[in-house]
Design a protein around this ligand. Structure first.
Ligand SMILES: *[C@@H]1O[C@H](CO)[C@@H](O)[C@H](O)[C@H]1NC(C)=O
Ligand SMILES: *[C@@H]1O[C@H](CO)[C@@H](O)[C@H](O)[C@H]1NC(C)=O
Length: 373
């Protein structure tokens, strides 16, 4: 469920709708505000129709970008209840007091150029966030691997900090000590059979080195030559020979370094990601609202014609029944202003065709929703 949902609507001035709207759309569960949109450069009807389709596409792409950032935050911060902040205020405030940013998106530029400016910014931020997310994910999995090595069970963890040199036959020409992690339920079978698993296992050489909740770790000494056979036979018995292990002080030190480095890297890439995602959320959300604003304007011109003489409104819904309240309000609006649909489409066949082309739920007047997720 979204955190808030808005209906942005535009009605011809001639409907004198504000009184009715105040009476019916302002209540305990809905908040009516007027939406201030600037005067845009208006193009030809054809370019507006084209622009309208383009805007529709970008609108849903940016909604996707914003939702993706919310996903990333939710995943990284492990909660979905973080502040949605746009230009230093709550996203709801930003929407409810929306003003076109004229210093950033100058109104002497034609609509297609504004669309390009806004989308370029939003798409490039979107790409940056996705890249930072990938970096963070691989840093996280590197750290998880280092963490498994250090803190995993005895069948996978690094053993360098567990074993001692005196538990090994070291520097012998013929003998070798191997380590085997034996599941606890197979312990008895191990003790009864390891000596005869292959030839030339040193009798009574098994030494219990360590235990965790799943495994007992044994050191077994045998003739070097028979190590491969022993390992294969041990695997058949579902023991876990730790052939990856060679006793070495260097490896022990490297492992400690690796753990610390990957941990630092993970937390750095997480900070970078969160910082970038905050900025990107704010900017992409603002960009998205600018695209919505242009949609409302373009659609109004297409429906109601020029010169622009329409009023824009925003109706906001919050709280647990917001979907229900939103739908009920929409139904009421359609009942009240549905007649506008007939008028507009009979006035303009071009538009009529366009309507049947683009949308299945084509409202009889200009109506867009905005969701804050
Ligand atoms: C307009 O955009 C500029 C540049 O991004 C930004 O610094 C400024 O805060 C924005 N103004 C408003 C009112 O959002
Ligand atoms: C941090 O992790 C990323 C992603 O795995 C990797 O590309 C980068 O080389 C790592 N940096 C350091 C200093 O380990």
């Amino acid at each position: 469920m979204p955190l808030a949902k808005y209906a942005a609507i535009s009605l011809p001035e001639s409907t004198h709708a504000s009184g009715w709207l105040r009476e019916h759309m302002q209540s305990d569960h809905s908040k009516l505000t007027s939406l201030e949109l600037p005067q845009f450069q208006s193009g030809t009807l054809d370019s507006l129709i084209e622009g309208s389709e383009e805007l529709g596409k970008i609108d849903s792409q940016l909604a996707g970008s914003v939702a993706k950032i919310v996903d990333i935050f939710t995943n990284v911060l492990e909660t979905s209840s973080f502040q949605r902040t746009v230009q230093n205020r709550p996203a709801t405030d930003y929407v409810e007091t929306f003003k076109w940013n004229t210093s950033k998106f100058r109104l002497d530029k034609p609509i297609p150029e504004l669309v390009k400016l806004i989308t370029n910014e939003a798409f490039s931020l979107d790409a940056d966030v996705r890249a930072a997310y990938q970096t963070y994910q691989s840093a996280r999995s590197d750290f998880a691997a280092a963490d498994r090595k250090r803190n995993g069970d005895l069948s996978i963890r690094s053993l360098h900090d567990i074993v001692h040199p005196d538990q090994f036959v070291l520097n012998s020409e013929h003998l070798k000590t191997v380590l085997v992690a034996v599941p606890k339920n197979l312990d008895k079978e191990f003790r009864n059979s390891y000596e005869t698993l292959v030839q030339y296992v040193v009798p009574r050489s098994a030494e219990l080195i360590s235990s965790d909740s799943e495994y007992n770790l044994y050191a077994v000494t045998l003739f070097k030559k028979y190590e491969p056979d022993f390992v294969a036979a041990a695997r058949d018995k579902k023991w876990h020979p730790r052939t990856d292990f060679e006793y070495s002080e260097d490896t022990l030190n490297n492992m400690r370094k690796e753990f610390d480095l990957t941990q630092q890297n993970e937390s750095k890439s997480k900070n970078d990601l969160v910082r970038l995602a905050r900025t990107a959320y704010s900017d992409i959300f603002a960009d998205w609202c600018h695209i919505k604003a242009m949609r409302v304007y373009v659609e109004s011109v297409l429906r109601y014609g020029l010169p622009p003489s329409f009023d824009y409104y925003l109706i906001g819904f919050h709280g647990s029944s917001l979907e229900k309240n939103f739908n009920a309000a929409k139904k009421q609006l359609v009942e009240k202003f549905g007649y506008l649909g007939g008028e507009a489409s009979s006035k303009n066949t071009n538009l009529h065709e366009y309507a049947s082309l683009v949308e299945t739920d084509y409202e009889p007047f200009v109506f867009f929703d905005i969701e804050i997720v």
